[in-house]
Structure formats: structure tokens, C-alpha cells
Design a protein around this ligand. Structure first.
Ligand code: 4AD
Ligand code: MG
Length: 463
């Protein structure tokens, strides 16, 4: 079989080979000398393959000269060394077969560059652009590295439920799950509400797989979940989605410092892989999206992360000359502007912030000896802010129950969680990395809506 991917066809090693490639036309240019150049892309790499189609081909005038951006084709020919710069090879076609035409009048992705905002209207087509193709490949690399890292470090991949009755973060920002009897709804003329609780009690889309992951961590030792999570928070920012992907490791016998080391090693592995495996895509982000992003990541993987306690951070923020929109004092939650100041101006690199006040953190975080703070850690990075949130968990039965009472949780929904403290409790810890924020950091993409194929934000579920 001669069919190869363009990634391979662009390598010098293929020169002299007879091959077939399949992809979508990016541009066509006819030369006066009676042949055409077709830039072909198949998604396997950032670069296009230049196809040289000679006028002697029998469908030259009828078809080849009518090719426009978006047409799908199969090309056979011989790979030759290319005299043009920026490409090692080109394909001298012996046959160009059109698979699918694409109307140049109505195809939205014309030569002209569209804004990312405009491209969100064409979420079904935007993956065909350079930027979204590159984002998709980097996102894939990050997912691959996530699994590789945890597998190599003895973590078991564990699947936790999407539909749940518990609110892990206690923020009350959950989507309710109901069943809808569409048949009865249609017959009733829609004047009766046939929304039902499918389960025997109210259920929601999960905000985090952590609580369930803890049950497996206290049996298998080290586990991680990796799946979609949902937040019904009405925040219209460039860092929030209503549906996002989160990876959550959870490890028994881990305390806060172990958790911090794990997070740092994990992030460095992900960044290193992106630099090594996505070279062409990263060069594109460097050139067109965020100058300096490659050097920044290369530096980050070389240096130890800065550690700072919440209390120290508040001191820095109170003393600095920066004018913040939101005032800070000990006990207030940090806003994006504060996180950005700390990472971008104060440290100039990722920071692990620890030991937050218990009053601003969820019930499950372990209360420290001072009685005021919890063993929490957030990893903040320049440009994005918080990408990881985690903690050591409260393993003491009495302290956990007190915290749950203070949070006014419906204890009957969490008995299973409390049981973990009754039956062979152990110190344990974990964290959650927001996949999209990691993709944003690696690529430099400004808006989180542009690093997930189909963004879900308030008022937007087009596809
Ligand atoms: O800090 P969060 O809320 O922590 C948890 O959910 C813990 N249960 C995780 C754990 O310890 N297992 O969320 C974790 C991360 C954040 O740091 C952020 O990167 C991302 O998830 N995140 C969001 N990403 C996109 N849109 C949103 N609305 C997000 N909310 C959180
Ligand atoms: Mg958080």
C-alpha cells in the first residue's frame, strides 16, 4: 500500500519513492509553464505538501484547474527533492483524483484570515485552519503525556461517574440532570413540564471526580481520573468553560510536599513532550500567537518551581505598588489580577501557592496545626493564572465531620466518603489540572474557547 501521511511525505527520506497522499487542498496556483502547484494538507502535521500537477494529466483542464481551497483529493506520484525553500520535498503527481468538491463561493474558509471570534461560528470547519489544527495536535500530545506520565509512575487510570449526587467543590454550581419524556411533551403541546428526576433523588453533572477517586486511591494506592467536568458558573472570561476536561491524580500516603513534587514533575513532563514532539506546531505559536512561548517553556522545565504560602503572597500583594480592582487582605480569595501579578511580575515563572485560609477552601482539605489554614496548593502560571488546584485531604474522622457540618452539607449524601476515614484511614493527597488551561499555557492561545473543539459557555451550545 502506497498511501502515506503528509508528515512522512515531507521527510527527505521519502525522496525517490512512489506514493499516494490523501487530503484537502489549501491553495492552487497555476504556472504559466502549463502546470499547477497544489498545497495539500491532511492534518498529520502543520506543514503542507506541495504537489506539482503537470498539464499532461488527462483531467488537468477539467478538474485540476478548478480545484479550490477545501476540495478533497487523492494524489499519486513520486516524491522529489524540492528546490523551494521551507520544504524538503514535493510530490510530482501522476494522478490527481478529486474525491469531494468544495464550492469556492460558499466555503467560509477563504484565503482571507478570519478572527478567532468569527471562526467560533464555524466550529465544525475551524479545525481545517492552521491555528486550530496546531491546537488540536498539541492538545492530543498533552493528553498522551498525561496518560504516559501517570502510567509510568504507577497510577491506575480510574473512571469516575459523570452523574453524581455530591457537590465536590461545595460551590453549588452544578447542572441538574433530569429526564425528559419527549413523547408526552409533544402530545401535551408543551404546556406541561415532563422533566423528571430519573434517579430517585436530584442528580447533577460532576464538577470533579475527586471524591470518587479518593475511594479508589484508598484501595489501589495511586489512581487518576481524566474526563469531562461541568461547572454552572456564570463567568464569561477567557479562562472559564461550563464543560472542561480535568485530570485528577489521587495518592494514598501522600502528604502536601509529595503532592507538590508530583504536580511539578507532571507539568514539566507535559511541557517537555510538547517542545520535543510538536516542534512545527510550537514554532507556529511562537511566530504567530505568542512570541517567546518556546523559550519560556524551555526555561520552566529547567528551573525548580517557586513555592510561596498564601500568607506570604498576601504580604507581597499588600506591599506592592500595583493598583488592583479587588482589594486583598488575609482571608480574601485571590482574583485573577492578583494571580497574574504574582506569576508575571513578582516571580516571572510558575508559582505553587500553599496553605490557604480554610474559610475559602472546600471541606475536604486537611486542616493544619494552626487551625486557620488548610494543606492546599494551587499552581499558578504566567498568562493563565491557576492551572492546578489540589490539597492533602482531611483524613481525621472527627475533623472532617466538623468541617462538613460547618459547610452545612447533607451528611446522608456523603456517608460513603466519611467511611473512608472510618475504615483504615490514611493521609492522602491529589490535585486537578484543567486540560484547557494547560493547552492555553503551552500554546499561548488567549481564549479558552479556542483550545477545546466545541466550547460550552453561558449561552453557547451551538453544536
Ligand atoms: O481548583 P478546582 O476547582 O479543584 C477541584 O475541582 C479539585 N476537586 C481537584 C482535585 O483536587 N482533584 O479545579 C481544578 C482545575 C483548576 O485549577 C483549573 O485549571 C480547572 O480545573 N478549572 C477550570 N477550567 C476551565 N473552566 C472552568 N470553569 C474551570 N474551573 C476549574
Ligand atoms: Mg481552584
Amino acid at each position: 500500500d502506497q498511501w502515506i501521511l503528509i508528515r512522512e511525505a515531507r521527510q527527505e527520506a521519502t525522496v525517490g519513492k512512489t506514493v499516494e497522499v490523501r487530503g484537502w487542498v489549501r491553495t492552487r496556483r497555476d504556472s504559466k509553464a502549463g502546470f499547477s502547484f497544489i498545497e495539500l494538507n491532511d492534518g498529520s502535521c502543520f506543514g503542507n505538501l506541495q504537489v506539482v500537477a503537470p498539464g499532461e494529466l488527462d483531467n488537468y483542464a477539467d478538474e485540476i484547474q478548478k480545484l479550490t481551497a477545501g476540495c478533497s483529493v487523492v494524489v499519486e506520484g513520486k516524491i522529489e527533492a524540492s528546490p523551494a525553500k521551507g520544504q524538503a520535498t514535493e510530490l510530482h503527481a501522476t494522478a490527481v483524483r478529486v474525491v469531494g468538491w468544495c464550492d469556492g463561493e460558499t466555503y467560509p474558509l477563504q484565503k482571507k484570515r478570519h478572527s478567532f471570534e468569527k471562526l467560533r461560528d464555524w466550529a465544525h470547519l475551524r479545525a481545517r485552519t492552521n491555528t486550530f489544527g496546531a491546537v488540536a495536535r498539541v492538545r492530543n500530545q498533552i493528553c498522551d503525556s498525561i496518560h504516559s506520565f501517570f502510567q509510568e509512575n504507577d497510577f491506575y487510570y480510574t473512571n469516575t461517574p459523570i452523574i453524581t449526587a455530591s457537590d465536590c467543590e461545595g460551590a453549588g454550581e452544578m447542572f441538574r440532570v433530569t429526564s425528559l419524556d419527549l413523547n408526552r411533551l409533544a402530545k401535551s403541546g408543551r404546556d406541561v413540564n415532563y422533566e423528571l428526576d430519573f434517579f430517585d433523588k436530584p442528580t447533577f453533572l460532576t464538577v470533579s471526580g475527586q471524591l470518587e477517586a479518593e475511594t479508589y486511591a484508598t484501595a489501589l494506592g495511586r489512581v487518576y481520573t481524566f474526563g469531562p467536568t461541568f461547572r454552572a458558573e456564570n463567568s464569561n472570561t477567557s479562562r472559564h468553560l461550563a464543560e472542561f476536561w480535568m485530570v485528577e491524580p489521587e495518592a494514598a500516603f501522600f502528604e502536601l510536599p509529595d503532592n507538590m513534587r508530583l504536580a511539578e514533575a507532571f507539568l514539566k513532563r507535559v511541557f517537555t513532550d510538547c517542545l520535543q514532539q510538536c516542534g512545527e506546531d510550537m514554532e507556529f505559536f511562537e511566530k504567530r500567537i505568542q512570541p517567546g512561548v518556546i523559550a519560556q517553556l524551555a526555561k520552566v522545565v529547567e528551573q525548580p518551581f517557586t513555592h510561596m504560602s498564601y500568607t506570604e503572597a498576601i504580604e507581597v500583594l499588600e506591599k506592592c505598588d500595583e493598583k488592583f480592582e479587588y482589594p486583598v487582605s488575609w482571608g480574601t480569595d485571590l482574583q485573577a489580577e492578583h494571580e497574574r501579578f504574582l506569576t508575571e511580575k513578582h516571580v516571572g515563572a510558575p508559582v505553587i501557592l500553599t496553605d490557604y485560609p480554610s474559610s475559602i477552601k472546600p471541606f475536604y482539605m486537611r486542616v493544619s496545626d494552626d487551625g486557620k489554614t488548610v494543606a492546599a496548593m494551587d499552581v499558578l502560571v504566567p498568562g493563565v493564572g491557576e492551572i492546578i488546584g489540589g490539597s492533602q485531604r482531611e483524613e481525621r474522622l472527627d475533623v472532617l465531620q466538623r468541617r462538613m457540618n460547618e459547610a452545612e452539607l447533607d451528611m446522608s449524601e456523603y456517608e460513603w466518603y466519611v467511611d473512608l476515614r472510618r475504615f483504615g484511614t490514611v493521609p492522602h493527597a491529589g490535585f486537578g489540572l484543567g486540560l484547557e488551561r494547560a493547552v492555553q499555557y503551552v500554546t499561548g492561545m488567549a481564549n479558552i474557547r479556542d483550545v477545546i473543539p466545541f466550547p460550552r459557555t453561558p449561552g453557547n451550545a451551538e453544536f
